[in-house]
Each structure stands twice: as structure tokens, then as C-alpha cells.
Design a protein around this ligand. Structure first.
Ligand SMILES: Nc1nc2c(ncn2[C@@H]2O[C@H](COP(=O)(O)OP(=O)(O)OP(=O)(O)O)[C@@H](O)[C@H]2O)c(=O)[nH]1
Ligand SMILES: [Mg+2]
Length: 521
């Protein structure tokens, strides 16, 4: 099956030439008895017809013909569509016939959509979402592109522009005031500065949440499994991936390198990483540059060196992660000594990550997973053991809560058994809840909140938003003495925001936007 789409004033004559149909725009031919000799095509209604090469009368195919009279078409122009059998022979012949027709030429990539924008059938922002919808690989990518296509975000930009124009009018009026009206002027300017500050905050929050959403939905997130040796990290990795990605053994220190696996969870793309077990973690141990021991060094030294490299890689992976699944051996947590060493390890890890938050800047969720609960209790004292475990987990949560890197966020805790698969599904579900939180607006809210709407932005929007933010930042720092300068920054902000919603005066920018479209769109 193939669809040939023709747009422009010549589309109706193509119908007349190639089919036994005509449109009401043509003069239908009338036979000697006064009847129409050609069937009149109804707008937007599929009609079966022979498709004929009008040069030699050869029937090319039998297919459906549709006619969309302007302005009710995709491009806003007269559009004709031929739905044909898509064999190479049919396509080659029909393109050959159309190519010879006067006034027709092959469309450029994105030309239909470009005309739709020129004829105000679509906004530029809506047009930009189309390629993303066409190449969407995951369900969330599809939803995000559709969200942009629905055009909701444009209202937000328009509101900001209106507010800035209002502020600008006040500033310009203030510039004209005389000396004696200085006091009133001062109040007006203070109000303008307050308005600019609010907009600055709102815009900043919007840039953060929408670019994070783009990151999580388009590029994918990084979810890493960390924990002490032998806690069951690789076992969990294999269960989530549903394949034997990592080697599992009861020897401590089995995993050395970072093992990565791309996954799709609930429509979100992600990279899941299994890492080497962490032990004796301190900032100096992961930050020092140690040189590799040669063959003369003892086996123990060589072993320690490899182990340390594994730990360093694990910490580096943690730094780049959006979500950390930290696995604890629940049997160790039950003893006082095990609890102390476990919490010390975790506190050290968070401290190392803390030192790095400025540089990496990614928002993280910490999910503590108490594994091996099948070993924690026999049937008789099951209840008691689980109560002890729960109390220990809560104590651990209290200890970690104040780590600046968690910024008051709730730490999730799950008790599972990778051996019996107990609670495994709920852990996977929680990961997808985290991803939804990360990709939606104001992700700093609690975990349980329903998915809020995502905001579609692309690289062009983000670059213009950052420029707007820069000018708003400059503007709200100025005062009465530099009111001219303040007004100029507000003017620039309006200009940048207007460019996002389509007030683009340069053809070069438009060319870039439509360059990546496919032909026929
Ligand atoms: N009883 C029980 N054993 C488990 C569970 N999860 C993992 N194990 C066992 O614990 C041992 C260590 O598991 P791994 O998955 O290799 O642990 P790891 O954390 O990847 O270990 P390293 O790579 O050495 O850091 C293996 O013998 C697993 O079969 C569990 O829930 N219950
Ligand atoms: Mg392992």
C-alpha cells in the first residue's frame, strides 16, 4: 500500500487527468443527454477508481482517491491523495506519470508540514513535534510528542509574553515620569521587579522540569544497582533484565566491571547497571590515583588493585545515576555489628556523591532494597524477625535522611527475596513510579502522586528559554537608576519567547527545523 499526496492548485486537475472522477471545482463534463459523464468526487470521501496513464490510456492501478478542498486539508491547500497498491512497478509508473505533469514536482522533506505552518493549519511548535512522533520508540516518547502536538505549552508561553509586555509598558511609562513623580515611580518599578522575579522563578522551574523530562523520556535514565559484595546485586540485575547478564556466585567480589543493559520499563527507556560490591568506602580510596602493580607484585596486591578499580567504577556509575537501587543483605542488617557497618557504608557513599552533586547535577532517588529475607526467619519466628528488620530499616532511613544529596526526599525501602521472587514486582513498579516522577512537572513531590503532565521542549526551545532566563535574571537585578537597561532586557525576553512560538523571521531557522523531516510529511 502506498499513498501519493499532491498539494496545491494543480491537485484537482491531476484527479481529472488520472481518474474517471472530477471535483466540484472542475467543470464536470456533461454528455449529450445532459448527464455528468464523470463521477463527481465528494470532499474527504474515499472513492474507488481506475488510475490511468492519460498519455496512453494504460491502467496503472485501481485504488482509492480522496480530495480535500482548501482550506480543510493538512496543508490548507487543495490536496489529493491516491491510495494505491504499493508495488515497485505501481509506484515507479505513477511517479513517472506525475513527474511529467506540468506544474508538479516532488516535495522537499517536510514541505507539506511547512505549508501547513505557512497556512496557519499548524503552529511551528506543533510541526516540530511531528518527527518526534514519527520516530517515537517507546510509549512515553509517543505520549510526549503527542502532548507537544496538542499544543498545550503554547498557552504558557503566551501568558509569559503577555505578562512581560505588561511589565514593559509600566517600565516605559516610568521612564517618561518627571522628578516630582519619583516616589510613585519607585513603587511601580518595585512591582515590576517583583513580577520579573516571579517569572524568573517560574521559567527556571519550567526549564528544569521540561529538560529533565526530555532527558528521561528521550535519552533514557540511568538506574544503578549498588551495595556490598555478595548482597545479591547481580541476581537482581538478571531478574529485572530477565536474562543472565551478570555472573552470580556465592564468592564475594564476583562482579568487577560495570555491566549495563538497556531496558524499557513502562514506556521509559533506561540503562540498568550492575556494579562491583562496595567495601571500605572512603573519599580518599576512590579519589587517589594508584598505579597498576606489575607482575612482580604479590597476588594479593594485584587482587586488591582490581577490586579497587571495580569500586571506583561503581562509584562513578552511581554519580551518573538518576536512581540508585542500594541492595543490603537483610541477614547482616539483623545483627548490631552488621547494621553499623552497613549504615556506615551507605553514609560514606552518600557523602562521596554529595561532593559531586554540583558537577553532575542529576536528581537521584535512593531505593534501599533489603534482599535475602528468605534467610531471615523460619516459619516459627517469622513475625518477630520481620518486625526487627522493619525497625532496623526505619532506623537506617532516619540516619540517612539528612544527607544533602537526598534534599529531604523520601527514601523508598523494600524487603525482597531474589530467591523466591518475593516483592520483586513491587520493586520494579516502584522504579517506574520514580521515572514517572522524574519526567513530570515538580518531581520533588512525594512518590505516590499521580503522573502529572509532561512538557514538550526540544533543543531549539531550550536554547531560547535559557536566553530568556538570562535576560530576566539581568533585569530583576537592576533598579530605578538603570530602568532603561531593565526595559531593554525585558524586550529581549519577549523576543526570545516569541521565537519559540513561531515568530521566526529568518528562513534559515525554518530550514533547520524542517531539514530532518521525511519526504511526504
Ligand atoms: N537465599 C538467598 N540467596 C540469594 C538471594 N539473592 C542472591 N542470593 C545468593 O547470594 C549470592 C551472591 O549473589 P550475587 O548476585 O552474585 O551477589 P552480588 O552482590 O552481585 O555479589 P558481588 O558481585 O560479588 O558483589 C549467590 O549465591 C546468590 O544465589 C536471595 O534473595 N536469597
Ligand atoms: Mg555481582
Amino acid at each position: 500500500m502506498c499513498i501519493i499526496r499532491i498539494s496545491g492548485p494543480r491537485s484537482t486537475s491531476v484527479i481529472k487527468q488520472l481518474t474517471s472522477l472530477c471535483t466540484t471545482k472542475d467543470e464536470p463534463s456533461i454528455d449529450m443527454d445532459g448527464f455528468f459523464s464523470q463521477k463527481v468526487l465528494r470532499p474527504r470521501q474515499a472513492t474507488l477508481s481506475k488510475i490511468v496513464d492519460h498519455h496512453d490510456g494504460d491502467v496503472i492501478d485501481i485504488g482509492l482517491v480522496l480530495w480535500f478542498p482548501k482550506p480543510n486539508s493538512y496543508t490548507g491547500e487543495d490536496v489529493c491523495e491516491l491510495h494505491l497498491h504499493g508495488s515497485r512497478a505501481v509506484v515507479t509508473r505513477i511517479l513517472d506519470v506525475l513527474g511529467k505533469s506540468e506544474g508538479l514536482r516532488p516535495a522537499e522533506p517536510g514541505e507539506f508540514t511547512r505549508r501547513a505552518v505557512e497556512n496557519k493549519k499548524l503552529t511551528l511548535m506543533q510541526a516540530e513535534c511531528l518527527p518526534e512522533l514519527i520516530k517515537a520508540q517507546t510509549d512515553q516518547q509517543r505520549k510526549l510528542a503527542l502532548q507537544g502536538l496538542a499544543g498545550g505549552t503554547i498557552h504558557r508561553y503566551k501568558r509569559w509574553i503577555e505578562e512581560l509586555v505588561r511589565i514593559l509598558a509600566h517600565l516605559e511609562a516610568s521612564i517618561d515620569f518627571g522628578e516630582d513623580e519619583l516616589l510613585g515611580e519607585q513603587r511601580v518599578v518595585q512591582d515590576c521587579i517583583a513580577g520579573l522575579m516571579n517569572l524568573h522563578l517560574e521559567l527556571k522551574e519550567f526549564i528544569d522540569s521540561s529538560s529533565r523530562c526530555r532527558d528521561i523520556v528521550q535519552c533514557g535514565s540511568r538506574v544503578s544497582i549498588l551495595g556490598r559484595p555478595n548482597a545479591g546485586k547481580s541476581t537482581l540485575m538478571n531478574l529485572i533484565c530477565r536474562q543472565q547478564k551478570s555472573i552470580v556466585s556465592d564468592l564475594s567480589g564476583t562482579t568487577r566491571d560495570v555491566i549495563e543493559h538497556p531496558l524499557e520499563l513502562d514506556g521509559y527507556p533506561l540503562i540498568l547497571s550492575d556494579t562491583a560490591g562496595l567495601k571500605n568506602l572512603s573519599e580518599s580510596s576512590v579519589n587517589t590515583d594508584d598505579f597498576s602493580p606489575g607482575p612482580a607484585e604479590s597476588l594479593l596486591q594485584q587482587h586488591n588493585f582490581i577490586e579497587l578499580q571495580g569500586i571506583k567504577r561503581a562509584v562513578e556509575t552511581a554519580k551518573r545515576s538518576h536512581i540508585i537501587l542500594y541492595i543490603l543483605d537483610a541477614t547482616q542488617l539483623m545483627t548490631d555489628q552488621g547494621f553499623e557497618s552497613t549504615s556506615k557504608d551507605l553514609e560514606n557513599l552518600l557523602r562521596i556523591l554529595d561532593g559531586d552533586i554540583e558537577r553532575q547535577g542529576s536528581l537521584r532517588y535512593l531505593h534501599l532494597i533489603l534482599n535475602k529475607i528468605d534467610l531471615c526467619a523460619n516459619e516459627a519466628d517469622k513475625e518477630d524477625s520481620y518486625n526487627v528488620l522493619e525497625a532496623r530499616a526505619e532506623k537506617l532511613e532516619v540516619k540517612l535522611k539528612n544527607a544533602p544529596i537526598l534534599a529531604g526526599k523520601k527514601i523508598d525501602i523494600s524487603a525482597i527475596s531474589c530467591k523466591t521472587n518475593r516483592n520483586l514486582e513491587s520493586v520494579i513498579k516502584k522504579i517506574s513510579v520514580h521515572l514517572r516522577q522524574l519526567s513530570s512537572r515538580s518531581s520533588s513531590d512525594g512518590y505516590e502522586g499521580e503522573a502529572r503532565s509532561m512538557d514538550y521542549v526540544n533543543e531549539r526551545h531550550l536554547s531560547l528559554l535559557h536566553s530568556t532566563l538570562r535576560h530576566l535574571d539581568e533585569a530583576h537585578r537592576l533598579d530605578l537608576a538603570t530602568i532603561d537597561e531593565m526595559a531593554q532586557h525585558v524586550r529581549e525576553s519577549v523576543d526570545y519567547l516569541s521565537r519559540i512560538i513561531g515568530n521566526v523571521d529568518s528562513d534559515d531557522v525554518i530550514d533547520v527545523i524542517f531539514r530532518d523531516f521525511c519526504i511526504g510529511k
